[in-house]
Write a protein that binds this ligand. Structure first.
Ligand SMILES: [Mn+2]
Length: 271
């Protein structure tokens, strides 16, 4: 074997928004909710200069994870659509989820709609999952992740080229009430305190983060925690009213219900 880095090893796992992103639509867990997915894309197309960032968890627990995933694969060519990796895209190479089988899961859906899971996983899903970034950043302002941050993050480069430990924590972690780092009751990942949010956000040059992963917190709308540094959103009907955030990078100053940045809530169940 030649001792050279493969393209996947050298490519960054952090997507960076540039000045051309004048409007950012942030979409949380979808879990197979195709109508909310389409509505988020429609909101994204209302104005030019818009980007849509999806925070992961495209399949499992819903009926249309296959269609959402296949649409995102098609949209990989569109530079204004950013799909991040969620823990439900974190399959090991075997294709057997270590988080267990769930009701209406992607494996059952694939077997029903596309046939053999192993083949579909290896040919279609795995190549897509492998190239997904784990985070996006609006430099100097906002971080976008599926789960949360890791106390192991010392600088942005630790997200661009993460260790397995950091990558897993970004996908699985939740904010918690207790300072420092605690075990997570999910059995995977950790809970990080407000002190960790303060320290890590400062190190990577951001004031706040938008995440999903615990949609039950955001049943009626965005949930704010850690003194406004964290906004948790949910974009699937299974967990209450699906919504996304509309963010204008040039006008982040209007504060919303205690968050450290301004946004507009857009509901995804209007049509
Ligand atoms: Mn999740």
């Amino acid at each position: 074997m030649e001792n050279t880095c493969s393209a996947t090893e050298v490519s960054s796992k952090l997507y960076e928004f540039g000045p051309e992103a004048r409007r950012i639509i942030v979409v949380g867990d979808l879990h197979g909710d195709f109508a909310s997915f389409v509505n988020a894309l429609i909101i994204g197309r209302e104005e030019s200069g818009s980007h849509v960032v999806f925070l992961g968890d495209y399949g499992d627990r819903g009926t249309n994870g296959v269609e959402i995933t296949e649409a995102l694969i098609e949209l990989s060519q569109d530079p204004t659509i950013v799909a991040l990796k969620g823990n439900h895209e974190g399959y090991p190479d075997s294709g057997i989820p270590h988080w267990g089988r769930t009701e209406l899961d992607l494996i059952s859906e694939v077997e029903k709609k596309r046939g053999n899971w192993d083949e579909y996983f290896k040919e279609t899903l795995q190549p897509f999952y492998k190239r997904l970034p784990i985070a996006a950043i609006l430099p100097g302002k906002l971080l976008f992740v599926h789960g949360g941050i890791s106390d192991k993050i010392q600088e942005l480069d630790n997200i661009k080229h993460p260790t397995t430990e950091i990558s897993d924590e970004v996908l699985w972690n939740d904010p918690g009430e207790i300072p420092g780092v605690q075990p997570n009751s999910r059995g995977y990942g950790k809970e990080f305190g407000q002190d960790i949010s303060e320290t890590v956000l400062k190190k990577i040059g951001a004031v706040a983060m938008v995440r999903s992963h615990k949609p039950i917190l955001a049943k009626a709308g965005p949930h704010i925690s850690h003194d406004g540094m964290i906004v948790t959103i949910s974009s699937c009907r299974r967990y209450g009213r699906p919504h996304c955030l509309e963010i204008k990078p040039d006008n982040l100053l209007t504060m919303n219900g205690g968050a450290r940045f301004g946004y507009t809530i857009r509901y995804l169940d209007q049509n």
